[in-house]
Design a protein around this ligand. Sequence first.
Ligand code: TYD
Ligand code: MG
Length: 456
Amino acid sequence: MRPTSIYRCQACGFQAGKWYGRCPDCGEFSTIVEERPTAGRGPGGARRPAPGRGESAAPLRLTAVAAGDATRVKTGIVELDRVLGGGVVPGSLVLVGGDPGIGKSTLILQASQALARAAGPVLYVSGEESAAQVKLRADRLGVDAAELFVLAETQLEAIEAHLATIQPRILVVDSIQTVYRGELESSPGSVGQVRECGARLMLLAKSRGLAVFLVGHVTKEGALAGPRVLEHLVDTVLYFEGERHATYRVLRAVKNRFGSTNEIGVFEMSDRGLREVANPSAAFLAERPRGASGSVIVAALEGTRPLLLEVQALVTTAHFGTPRRTVLGADYNRVCLLLAILEKRAGLPLQNQDVFVNVAGGARCHEPAADLAIALASASSFVERPVAPDVVALGEVGLTGEVRAVSGLETRVREAAALGFVQAVVPRSSLVPGGAYPVAVTGVATLDEAITLFVR
Ligand code: TYD
Ligand code: MG
């Protein structure tokens, strides 16, 4: 049977059996292009991932399959290794996403050094900078390894040709939006190119046992340009985030076939590249004002790792119409909800107050366990009375004003104690009778109770 063409939207990935001038799914004009299936392609025009070098794999008993965890290669950057799940797995495809200028190239170049020393040749393909520019950056970072090769190239076929000569163990493609396959008509960075190049690199990774790092820029809306097509394909998705102008950067795994997705790595951008922050809690609290109203510390938990963050709130009388609620680093809707609870359950008249909430240092905290800290900080700013500086607050706040249990209480409280905190206000329901804690814990059942004890 003659293969029939399929038509795909380059903006949203919508597929149809006929051409449309306007995509019925996303409504964009002129984004539908024809894709002709060729031999070797599966349904939908996507290339079927081959299990090995073109041969079909035989079923194996699970007990007979080698796990191969021992073959992980360390990047030499502890924070990165942890997020990867203990190092780079040969044959894996890792996507490193983040806003332009956040430090993706810097991070991967720094990691390339240790990888080149530990695993063998690393091929760093730069589609954005010339080899000389990469060298300049490497010099500034003090990166120097004999087995690190640089290639300024954007055509995928040309890149592949070099794999045969250099035989790298690690391939870096910086960025996936700049590479293209000559046989496709669409321009580099289009969904079709990103998907096809990603699929081809996946095949190379699996068949050669090559670990591939793909750098991807994120659009303003937070999506990887090339609407998330790569996220499904790759083994690991890491996001590098933080305020571009703040010094701290957080690397977060959002997908990991070889490790936990809860781990984070914290870095500081310096004039000599990224530096690991071994004690992020101390770093995030370094500039904390003591004795100021509207500042409360929360012991957040990122994966298995506790992190102390300062929640700041500023509540001031609104002078125009609807009062403003501005939130940075926390969940906007949760903050609005907490303000309504403060009003209704704790009797704080906030309806004519502008409220600004910020997690200091450019950090981010979206877990419900930060509710109590946000509510206490807002209440403290409103009544202009500080919460004692040696207190950490923990707890989810429900709509009736109840303070609900949080997970990992011990880990959080231990981190607080390690940084010199002596008191914690926690959900009463999280306390185990007769439990020993390294700080003085006060269990509260309601938000009102917490405010009475710590603010008023
Ligand atoms: P870069 O790694 O080029 O970002 P990305 O690849 O994510 O676009 O990092 C760029 C920023 O980092 C740039 O604003 C300059 C800054 N930077 C430093 O502050 N110190 C350094 O040593 C380097 C290499 C970059
Ligand atoms: Mg870059």
